[in-house]
Every structure is written in C-alpha cells, then in structure tokens.
Write a protein that binds this ligand. Structure first.
Ligand SMILES: [Zn+2]
Length: 850
C-alpha cells in the first residue's frame, strides 16, 4: 500500500516537471550527491545526462561509442543557448585555431573575437576515485539551470565539454562492489579485479599509444572533433596528505612542451589556489610529487598539443565512507612538500578533521568553477595563446631540424609494425603523407613506399617527443644519493618500442608527397606458384593469420629444418580451396606470402593449438591485464586462472602453457604485496579473495612443467621461478640497491640468438623494455640452459634512464630452462609492456605456438 502511494506521488512529480523542468540530482536520485555511503552507478549517471539533454537547450549529450565492456561512453556539451545553436560554427572556428595553416594574425583576431574557450573536463578514469563521477551530475544540472551572472558569463564565453567517466565499466564495478559490502566488515575493501578490464590503473598510461577503446574515443574529442584548448582531468590520491593538488607540476619539465603552454598551465593552477583559498578551502597545494615529464596520462598529454593540461588530485575518503584525520596525522606530498607546514606550495594547510565524499565533490567543483571563471575572464588571451603556439609549432617545423621523420616500408624488417605506428600517430592527430615516387637524401634512397611525417604541424612537440630518444635527467635525492623515483617510466620512444626503422630528416628537402587520411595494413599479397604457401614470422600479422587459420581447423606448419632464410616460417599446404580461405582471412593484414614447391615435408612441424592459462591474482596485476589485451588482439585463446584453479590437481593436466604476469614471489604465493605500511584499520577483502596460490599451487606448477608444460615467467615472476622452482639461474640484481642499478622504465638493446625457435622472426638485435631489476647468470655448468637474448655487450641503453649499465652488459635477458619434460621461459624484460612493445611481442607468441 505504502509503495503504491509512493509511486503515485512520483507520478505526480514526474507530471509536474515533465514539460521542461530539469530535476536536480537530489530529486532525481532521492539523495544529495556525496552523502555518506551513497553512490550512483554508471547506469544512473547515463540516464541523468539523458534527462538533462532532453530538457535543456544548453546541453547536448553525445554517445561517442561503446566501452571495452559495451557500456555507452558519453560526452556532454554545455554552453549558452545561443552558443549551442551555433555550435557548428564555433567548432569550425576552433578547428581553424587548432590548425592555423595559412591563417594570418588579422584573420586569427577575427576568429578569436567570435570564438569561445573550449574546456574539456574528464572524470573518474581511475574508478575508485569515485567522487568526480558523482560530481558530474551536479555540474551538468548547474550548467543547465543556473541563471546568475557568474554562470551567464561562463556559458557565454565557454563551451564546456564533459566526459563524466573515462571508464564507465570500472565506475559501475566500483559502485556495485561498494554497495555489496557497505555495512559489513568488508565495507570499502579493495576490489579483487582490475577496474579497467585490460589496464586497471594503467588506463591512464595510454594517451600517447592509444591501445584502449576509451583512449581512442577521447583522442577523437581532443584531436579530431573538438580541439579543446583547456583540459582538466580529476583524480584522487591517498588520504593522509594535503587535501588537493593542482599545478604547477613538480620538476623535471619536458623540453618539448612550449614554455608559454607550461606557464599558462601554472597560471591556471595558481588561480585555482587563489580562488579556493578565498572561498575557505584548506590544504590546496602545488608543486608536489606530480610532474609533467611523461605524456602518457590524460591530464598531461594535451601539453604536447599546445593545450593547457590540468591535473587535480583530491585526498580520498574510503570510497563513500568518511574518515577522520587527527591533528598531526597529515603528511606532505613528495619530496617537494616534505611536511604539512606553511609554505608557498601550501598556503593554508588543512590540519585535522573529517573527510568525506562530499568534501571531495566540493573541492573538485570549486576547482572546476575556478577554471571556468578564469577561462571566461581571459578568453582572448587563452585563444591567442592557442593560435600562436600552434602557428609557432608549424613554423618551428619548417625552420628547425628535425624537419620530418621518414619511414620506408621497403626497408622495414616488419612492415606491419611500421603501419601500426603510423595508425597510432594518426589517432593522436598527426598528419601523415606518402611519397609520390622514390627519392634520395644524401646517399640514402627511399622507395615510393615511404611515409613522411613532417614536423611542421601544430602537434610538433607530440611527434618529436614520441619519435625521439628520451634523455631523462639524472636527478638524485641528495648529492651522490640514489636517483629520485620518476613519476612514471623514463622511456617511450615509439619506433624503438615497436621495432620500426625511422630516418630523421635533418636537411630541408622538397619531397613530392600526398596526404594519407587513414593508413591501413592493406591487402595481403600472394605471389608465385606451387603446393606450399609460405609466410614469414617477421610480419607480426602472420601470428594473427595463424590463429585465424587454426580456429578454422586448417593445418598450419612451420619450417623447422633446412633453408636458413625461411627457417621458422609458417606453411600451409595448398589443397582444395584453402587459398580462397586464406585470401579472405588475411584481408587487411598486409602480409606478403608466396607459393612454392621448394619445401620438404619432413622439414615441417605441425602447429598444435595449445591450452594457454594466464594467472590472474586477486590482488590484481596490470601486467596480467595488458597481456590479455595483447593475446586478444592477436586472436589467441586462453583461460584465466585464479588461486583456486592452481591449487587444484586437475590444473596439471589441463594446461599446456602457463603465463605468470610480472609479480613478486610473495604476491604470487601469499597474495601479499609490500606497499608501505598498511593502516591497522584498513578494510579487509572477503576471505575468498585473500591469499595466493600457496604451497600447493607451487607444487602443482612444478608438476605441470615436469609433465611437459611450459611456464612463462614475465619480469618479476622470474624471481618466483628462481626461488620456488630451484633453477640453476640467478638474478644478479636481486639485492642490488637503486643507487647501484636503476632502470625505471628504460629501453635497452638485446642481442638475439634468432636460431632459437623462441626468437624466430627476429633480427640480430632488438630494443626491449626494462622496468624490473633483473638480469640473469647461470649457476651450473650445464649446457641445458639456452640463452635466447642477452643485454648487449656494448651499448645497452637506447632510451630513458639507466644507472649501472655495466652490471647488465652481456648478461642473459631471456633464458629457456629445461625442467624434466617441460621448460621454463624467463624474461628479465617485459615483452608485452602495456601492450606497447610490439618489437618483442613475438618472443611471447613463439613460446605460445611452437
Ligand atoms: Zn588517479
């Protein structure tokens, strides 16, 4: 009865407001956003945005596409009614300012007079940093309904773009998990799976490489459709430091970003501090911990495209559960803000008190309004900076070397990876050209298959930064002390990560060329005549084709003996209508195949589809997630295994290949990770998600390998293999301090023994990604251990920071260790790091298919 009455009441309300009224979030959801222990999930956020869209002339909501798990990924556009009516015209002005080819100052001034500041606000990329997603509905409500002078000025001068969650899948997961356990002893416990299906927290390390669908959708907003010149990305950090961080960022500064763009970003940050202090907010700091050297994150990547990039980091509650911070418990932020004392970076310290979800929303909203007000007040200056920085970048590319990067497909070991690199650059807004005919530079002749990336583009800084070698500065904690931990990695040079040969053009040269809108792999080619179709492993798409063929039930072989230049190549016998099938399956894979009769059947080994298992810990491993992305995108099938699966005996006979992602021994065995001191009252996970594979799991892995299985130990998991399986191998860097050896995300050179089947398809040298202190040496006189790759004996460092190079020179980096009937493959480096290291994927693929 009561229920019926409630529904009746709701109906009356709905009727009253249905004509044009927009319900406030509080009315729509029945509680105020940020109320203790209350959250709305993505489904609710999505329906609220649609509600506002339907009822407001100031707001448009667009679905940009679907997320990894199929949820709607949306962008809201908010501005004055007049601006929304003229949005196409404003977009066109914006595009002209973003790509000001041939636009002189007079024309630019006209555009700026009529144009608006486009501000992109992105939220909740890290799903446990939940406040921003709750804040989003309040903001859109206020943009749609407030009519005061402040809002009028903002809406008249700005076009606000808002992505209420950069990771809707994870937003919903976190809300579901929290709601499931709220009120129990597991309230606010960590989730036992990654909040981005593939990347977890690393979903914010993808903005220079664009592997994830969410990153690609966002890149379309940034670099293809809207060109916002101010970008604000909202995050949360730990609980016991300052309440709120905004720029200026800490050092080091990336040399490719234009100084006026960094200066304007600093100005925005300091304005936020000023505005928030005036409004009574405490603990708003600048300059601590977060730097802008690495461009893989959402908040920073705009800087390389001449946009303002603002990160905010609010202190966290426990999801929606409040915490209390006693006097004296507040710490500093990074080395720059060592404590919570009054300083220029911390002008109004927060000293003690409750901290709740609502506080975070209030801080984030205050910063948002500071940015909007500052933009509205300074429209001309901001647009002029955008225009002139883009213009300057175009001119710099014409007058300063390097003038272009040249990629000749004909000189690539793997043309597929070269095309993939070009495709990624295009997602990042880079314009790509192709030569109209062959040409030469000095003594080097380039074929007509050469792609040209001129540096004379607005995003010159981006192009240069991802294409060149990183010289990360040597910053020590104190003179002669250990190096300071960089905020993230120190190397990302895309051609090295992907194994692509690039020629840097350092002289002015006219090359006849045409613009290519969408670079593609192109058709595969079948040449020659004969009974055997052969395709080489150097084409990375060959692995895609092999997996497609195996799924179709076709027989695929590889050449195990005989002709050296074709050894390892894949072979399909030309029977019945197999060629037609292959033509279909290899469409758009860009593989060169040839038919021949010169193959001896006895030299062939048939590829058998193996059962691949990948270990997924409940304490979550991003390396595990990225590995799945690589396997999925190359069409490998696999099973995901949890602690319980490994503890069961049947696992031994069910799996042919087991992949252990990069994790420490304790993490694998006990499910423990040492991440600083844990608070005594930290929320605990439900029992079924605690612990590791245990002793039984270790024994089962041993049995599995002894019976003929293959264990692949990636990065840190090599330590697990050494320590738990008793191998005749040692990690020479196991107890070496960071003062002696440090490679925090560094590209190193490996010498490869490509006669080993694990290295089929490789050249003699390959760049590899090093992030864990691991290098091997054998501890027995057995000749059974195969060394497949070693750190080069001369020049190890290729890009980024490396301290203690001499400790790894010539040391094994990839070993195969026999273990009764099976074997263990030990990787000192990360062959599939963040799904970016295309150059070394094949080590993993070969291990999975041979
Ligand atoms: Zn974050």
């Amino acid at each position: 009865m009561r229920k019926t009455f409630k529904i009746f009441l709701l109906l009356i309300l709905a009727f009253n407001f249905s004509l044009s009224q927009i319900l406030s979030p509080e009315k729509f959801f029945g509680f105020k956003m940020g109320e203790d222990k209350k959250l709305i999930g993505w489904g609710e956020i999505y329906s609220y945005f649609n509600h506002v869209d339907k009822n407001s002339d100031r707001v448009i909501v667009e679905e940009l596409g679907k997320t990894t798990l199929g949820k709607p990924f949306i962008l809201a556009i908010a501005s004055s009614e007049k601006n929304i009516k003229e949005i196409q015209k404003l977009k066109s002005i914006q595009k002209q300012l973003a790509k000001p080819y041939g636009i002189n100052e007079t024309k630019a001034k006209e555009l700026i007079r009529d144009g608006k500041v486009f501000i992109l606000i992105t939220m909740n990329i890290h799903s446990t940093e939940i406040a921003a997603s709750q804040e989003s509905v309040e903001l859109i409500y206020e943009f749609a309904t407030r009519n005061d002078d402040e809002m009028r000025k903002i809406l008249d001068n700005c076009v606000i773009l808002m992505i209420p969650s950069l990771n809707p899948d994870g937003q919903q997961m976190v809300v579901d998990w929290y709601k499931k356990y709220v009120g129990t002893k597991y309230e606010a416990s960590p989730m036992p799976w990654l909040y981005h299906y593939y990347a977890g927290h690393d979903n914010n390390r993808d903005f220079h490489f664009f592997s994830l669908v969410e990153t690609r959708l966002t890149a379309k907003v940034l670099y293809h459709d809207w060109f916002p010149q101010v970008v604000y990305d909202q995050h949360q950090m730990g609980s016991n430091g300052p309440r709120f961080f905004v720029p200026p960022y800490s050092d080091p500064v990336n040399p490719n970003v234009l100084p006026e763009i960094m200066a304007l970003t600093n100005l925005f940050g300091k304005y936020i501090v000023f505005d928030m202090i005036q409004k009574g907010f405490k603990g708003v700091v600048t300059g601590g911990r977060f730097n802008a050297y690495f461009q893989g994150t959402m908040s920073k990547t705009p800087l390389w495209h001449n946009r303002v990039g603002i990160l905010s980091e609010a202190a966290s509650a426990r999801i929606a559960t409040p915490i209390y911070l006693p006097y004296g418990s507040i710490e500093g932020l990074g080395d720059e803000i060592p404590d919570n004392n009054l300083s220029n970076n911390n002008l109004n310290p927060f000293e003690e008190g409750w901290w709740r979800l609502r506080d975070i929303i209030d801080y984030e909203k205050a910063a948002t309004y500071a940015i909007l007000n500052f933009s509205a007040i300074n429209k001309e200056k901001i647009l002029w900076t955008f225009y002139s920085a883009n213009k300057k970048s175009i001119e710099k590319g014409l007058n300063e070397s390097p003038f272009a990067y040249l990629i000749d497909l004909n000189s690539q070991h793997d043309p597929n990876s070269a095309i993939e690199l070009l495709k990624r650059l295009q997602i990042g807004g880079v314009e790509i050209y192709k030569a109209k005919k062959s040409f030469s530079v000095g003594n080097t002749i380039f074929s007509e298959n050469t792609f040209i990336i001129p540096l004379s583009q607005p995003c010159r800084a981006f192009i240069k930064d991802v294409m060149e070698v990183q010289n990360y500065p040597d910053i020590r904690l104190y003179p002669d002390g250990p190096p300071k931990q960089p905020y993230d990695v120190t190397a990302w040079t895309l051609p090295l990560q992907m194994g692509v040969k690039v020629f840097e053009l350092n002289e002015k040269k006219e090359i006849p060329m045409e613009k290519i809108e969408n670079v593609e792999f192109g058709q595969s080619i079948i040449q020659g005549k004969g009974n055997y179709l052969v395709f080489e492993r150097r084409f990375i798409n060959s692995y895609r084709l092999v997996n497609l063929l195996l799924k179709e039930g076709l027989k695929v072989y590889y050449i195990a003996k005989g002709e050296d230049n074709l050894k390892g190549s894949f072979v399909v016998k030309n029977e019945k209508n197999v060629l037609e099938k292959i033509r279909n399956l290899s469409r758009n894979l860009g593989i060169e195949m040839k038919l021949t009769d010169g193959i001896v059947d006895t030299n062939l080994v048939e590829l058998k589809k193996k059962i691949i298992g990948i270990y997924q810990p409940w304490i979550t491993s991003m390396d595990e997630g990225w590995t799945r992305l690589v396997l999925d995108s190359f069409y490998f099938d696999y099973k995901v295994l949890h602690n319980q699966d490994l503890k069961e005996k049947k696992f031994i006979s069910e799996i042919d290949v087991l992949i252990l992602p990069s994790m420490g021994t304790n993490a694998i065995v006990d499910g423990r990770e040492f991440m600083g001191s844990q608070r005594v009252d930290a929320p605990q996970m439900p029992e079924e998600y605690t612990g590791g594979i245990g002793k039984q799991g270790v024994e089962n892995i041993k049995e599995c390998v002894k019976n003929g299985g293959i264990l692949i130990a990636l990065g840190e998991a090599s330590n697990f293999a050494i320590e738990q399986l008793g191998l005749p191998i040692r990690n020479v860097l196991r107890n070496v301090s960071t003062k002696e050896f440090f490679a925090p995300g560094t590209i190193v050179k490996l010498k490869v023994d490509n006669s080993n089947p694990i290295a089929y398809g490789f050249e003699n040298y390959v760049p590899a990604y090093m992030i864990n202190p691991i290098a091997f040496s054998t501890t027995s006189y057995s000749d059974k251990v195969s060394v497949i790759a070693t750190f080069d004996g001369d020049d190890v460092l290729m890009s980024g920071y490396l301290l203690g190079e001499s400790r790894i020179k010539g040391k094994p980096a990839l070993c195969e260790v026999p273990y009764e009937k099976g074997k263990i493959l030990m990787f000192a480096f990360r062959p599939q790091h963040r799904s970016q290291t295309w150059a070394t994927f094949k080590f993993l693929f070969n291990a999975l298919i041979n």
